[in-house]
Design a protein. Structure first.
Length: 417
């Protein structure tokens, strides 16, 4: 994407145009951080993001958070009030804006709040830790909703049902493509010192297929990790961003569509006709297309989700994702390097649509990627597949937070300012 096209996209008036991502922070991500509370992880991530941006925490006047334990013991009616009171005590000053939103929708809502003058600087914060005696199947993967509760189903089964249907419709070649997608993502995590799976590869598609079955056709290495950790991202206005510590990142486009009730009705392969139309409309308004994208950070909850997202957002046609993935498109030297930190499957997945995907996009766009490629002391990346995970000169990143396998998703495009 040329600099002129970036300027054109930013000039077009839309409610995301005034916001900039100026700080990101991540704590340790590990299988077991039960010795820490979710709030302690959230506060550490917030301090790291504030330091990254050079913005004092006293400037934060808006917050959106997901934190394990208090204040989330409150019922839904009192949830927002309990968050507001607790965060005001933690930060030591009043807040003008607060929303119990998650993932990309939280970032988009924050950008709109800034555009409308409801807040000047917003932090999106996540901190999650599970009890030490937690079972292998995390509690948050068993929502007590109608379809899930009475059947005893859990999240992996929901996606496995969609995967079974996909294989039925498009053939067994999709199974190998699922395995290749997971191997590619996990190999990025193998190179990421901050990833839960750091140093545990490299992986092949055969390794993925031979790993322990979870829910047919999904194997262990086709599924997200189950771990603890915190993350935070700070959004502020364009003028304030001029004086922040790091390069500001623009929110070029974004949108959210969730038309199908998750985990209440049975999962389906296709939630609504032409699910990706809302994303194409948003990108068209910003004056960009998928051809302009340099790096993709999909929400890789399960391997079948990766194939479904590529099709949903129009990277390839319906039923074409298997050939698309097998072409090597996700590799570092492919057209769309994908999940370059190791994704949910190898970097971290702490139970909610967290903001790891946007955070990795920011780090790629800022050229702040850490991996063994720079071990020679020069700080240079050589962009060698299998040794490096830094994309060469990225300008636009496409990021997703899809919902369950019942239709709907959120997305955003971030650009180097």
């Amino acid at each position: 994407m040329t600099a002129a096209l970036v300027r054109t996209a930013r000039r077009r008036r839309h409610p995301l145009a005034q916001a900039r991502v100026v700080g990101v922070g991540t704590t340790e991500q590990a299988r077991d951080l039960s010795h820490r509370s979710g709030m302690s992880l959230a506060l550490e991530a917030l301090r790291l993001a504030a330091d990254d941006s050079g913005i004092d925490i006293a400037e934060i006047d808006g917050i959106s958070s997901v934190v394990s334990g208090y204040p989330y013991g409150a019922d839904d009616e009192n949830l927002q009030l309990s968050q507001e009171m607790y965060w005001m005590r933690q930060l030591g000053h009043p807040l003008r804006w607060i929303a119990p939103q998650r993932g990309i929708p939280a970032i988009l809502d924050a950008a709109i709040a800034i555009d409308r003058g409801l807040a000047s600087t917003v932090a999106i914060v996540v901190g999650m830790s599970r009890p030490a005696d937690s079972t292998n199947t995390a509690a948050w993967s068993r929502p007590a909703n109608e379809f899930t509760g009475w059947t005893g189903s859990f999240t992996a089964v929901q996606f496995a049902l969609a995967g079974q249907r996909y294989l039925h419709e498009y053939g067994d070649k999709a199974l190998h493509a699922m395995a290749r997608s997971s191997a590619t993502i996990r190999n990025y995590g193998h190179l990421n010192p901050a990833a839960v799976y750091y140093g545990r590869g490299p992986f092949t598609a055969r390794d993925v297929l031979d790993s322990r079955p979870i829910a047919t056709p999904l194997t262990l290495l086709m599924c997200s990790t189950v771990n603890d950790g915190g993350c935070a991202l700070i959004v502020t206005g364009r003028e304030r961003a001029r004086d922040t510590r790091k390069r500001p990142i623009s929110i070029i486009a974004g949108g959210d569509q969730q038309p199908y009730t998750p985990y209440v009705e049975a999962p389906v392969l296709d939630g609504v006709p032409d699910e990706g139309a809302f994303a194409r409309a948003a990108m068209d308004r910003a004056g960009i297309t998928l051809d302009d994208i340099d790096v993709v950070e999909l929400y890789d909850h399960f391997a079948i989700g990766v194939l479904m997202e590529f099709e949903m957002f129009g990277f390839c046609g319906r039923g074409e994702a298997a050939d698309f993935v097998e072409s090597g498109v996700m590799e570092l030297d492919g057209r769309y390097p994908t999940c370059t930190d190791g994704g949910n499957q190898a970097y971290s997945h702490n139970g909610f649509p967290a903001i790891f995907r946007p955070i990795e996009a920011v780090r790629q766009l800022r050229r702040e990627v850490v991996d063994p490629c720079t071990a020679d002391g020069t700080g240079r990346h050589y962009h060698t597949p299998g040794e490096c995970r830094a994309v060469r000169d990225p300008k636009l990143a496409f990021v997703t937070n899809p919902g369950p396998p019942t239709g709907g998703a959120s997305f955003m495009v971030l650009g180097r300012d």
